[in-house]
Ligand binder design. Structure first.
Ligand code: NAP
Length: 285
């Protein structure tokens, strides 16, 4: 992966910097569907596919300005094309590279003036179904670098910006998982990193209080995306059998994230669990 910090303007956006409303330093009343500052600017990682794309589209359609981040510019551009004329910027980013994350937030602030929301979503399942005793250290590190180190770097950059900007504050929503609660078979790297995200969420939530930074987490189960394609074909269950699992529409996740994002900063959904109703989880299977 080349150093990926290029600020790639969305092919479809034609909003100039001057057109983007920048909040004044004073207090603006909270309008329906707006953040407390009156400004709605977001960074969405993993915005080129699946849940990240659905959330980016949901926010753009609601009038948010969004910095779309991911490693593949072509998929970010395809996300932007779903909402023509929207205020977005695509920034090629590998979230596991500190210099990329610095460039991402610099591009978002240069374009939109501030960051009100980070949807910390980029992630990988890693090599599914590999028993722990056969998992290579490289595979383990790749999952940790993406899911945990990448989420930390993005959250840290957002925290710094939200602490410094005026009006102060903002919101971080980490994308955990049902695997932040309970594992699938042979998923040690994914499960360990998703459990760690819960710690990241709790710790940042506490540290953010003095600066009006709200931090929450969404724990999703079986939204239909590339990552969960194999669910419908059949995946290993805890008893070793292979069984197909129900999935849900990713748009239902996106609406939940938007609801969390648009609360006033005095209110926070600390943890939201949104899952395919009939998937194996509750009831020990
Ligand atoms: N789908 C579900 O049911 C479900 C359930 C629980 C949790 N989740 C979580 O939801 C998140 C999104 O998953 P998804 O289901 O939407 O799968 P997906 O379509 O595979 O999305 C993963 C996204 O992360 C990006 N990404 C991966 N590594 C990256 C890196 N190093 N730097 C920047 N971006 C990176 C990918 O874009 P590039 O390849 O272009 O970089 C891709 O857009 C993940 O954190 C996943 O753990 C999903």
């Amino acid at each position: 992966m080349s150093p990926a910090t290029a600020d790639t303007p969305c092919r479809v956006h034609n909003t100039r910097m001057a057109d983007v409303p920048v909040p004044d330093a004073g207090h603006s009343p909270t309008l329906p569907g707006m953040t407390e500052t009156g400004s709605r600017t977001a960074v969405v990682t993993g915005a080129g596919s699946g849940i990240g794309r659905a959330v980016a589209v949901e926010l753009l359609r609601a009038g948010w300005s969004v910095a779309l981040a991911g490693r593949r510019p072509e998929t970010l551009a395809a996300t932007a094309e779903l909402v023509p004329e929207s205020a977005c910027v695509a920034v090629r980013t590998d979230v596991s590279r500190p210099e990329d994350v610095t460039a991402l937030f610099a591009a978002a602030v240069e374009r939109f003036g501030r960051v009100d929301l980070l949807f910390n979503n980029a992630g990988t399942f890693g090599p599914g179904g590999v028993p722990v005793e056969e998992l290579s250290y490289d595979a383990w590190r790749h999952v940790v670098d993406t899911n945990l180190n990448g989420a930390f770097l993005c959250a840290q950059a957002a925290f710094r910006q939200m602490k410094e900007q005026r009006p102060q504050g903002g919101r971080i929503i980490n994308n955990g998982s049902i695997s932040a609660h309970t594992p699938r078979p042979s998923s040690v790297a994914y499960t360990a990193t998703k459990h760690a995200l819960t710690g990241l969420t709790k710790s940042l939530s506490l540290d953010g209080r003095p600066y009006r930074i709200a931090v929450g987490q969404i724990d999703i189960g079986n939204a239909a995306t590339d990552m969960t394609q194999r669910m419908q074909a059949g995946v290993m269950q805890a008893n070793g059998s292979i069984a197909p699992e129900p999935v849900m529409d990713v748009a239902d996740v996106a609406r939940t994230v938007r609801h969390m994002a648009e609360l006033p900063l005095e209110a926070n959904v600390q943890f939201a669990t949104v899952l395919a109703t009939a998937m194996p989880y509750i009831g020990r299977g």
